[in-house]
Design a protein around this ligand. Structure first.
Ligand code: 4NP
Length: 154
């Protein structure tokens, strides 16, 4: 398998780092080698570590993400990754606008990989509390498992 995955949300400090962490954990557990990164469509948090609440929920599930640093999506991402996976419908729409004509990456929505949740968005926990981060973790983990299954059964 030669997949490489870029997860994209708005700020790259909550949902997409959690998706990166979740897929990293699953890929490691399966003994696979998949390049995984995350980025934001927005530029407000470039260079910042993930939100403390995101760090806490990932840590609770065994993944340390304190060293992650937010970055913005760049044009090269569309040819560097095999899959660019948006965390919500608005970010998918923004990626479709940014997508250059010579892009090779397949664009998709994370919850499309979860049976019964096609077209749905991972709820943004940024303005919420720890419970919202728990919910975001369970959603990104379900998405990561479904995505990995798709990658390994193709
Ligand atoms: P994320 O969450 O897109 O999941 O990283 C957000 C982070 C920051 C903001 C919004 C959402 N913000 O408005 O700064």
């Amino acid at each position: 398998m030669t997949a490489s995955i870029l997860f994209v949300c708005l700020g790259n400090i909550c949902r997409s780092p959690l998706a990166e962490a979740a897929l990293q954990r699953e890929v490691q557990a399966a003994g696979l080698d998949v390049a995984i990164e995350s980025a934001g469509t927005g530029d407000w948090h470039i260079g910042h570590a993930p939100d403390k609440r995101a760090q806490a929920v990932a840590g609770k599930h065994g993944v340390e993400i304190g060293a992650f640093r937010a970055r913005q999506v760049v044009r090269e991402d569309f040819s560097r990754f095999t899959h660019i996976v948006a965390l919500d419908a608005q970010n998918l729409a923004d990626l479709q606008v940014l997508c250059p004509a010579d892009a090779t990456a397949a664009l998709s929505l994370l919850l499309d990989y979860v049976p019964g949740r096609m077209g749905q968005s991972v709820t943004d926990p940024y303005y919420g509390d720890a419970r919202d981060f728990d919910l975001a973790w369970s959603e990104v983990m379900a998405g990561a498992k479904g995505l990995l299954e798709t990658l390994t059964t193709r």
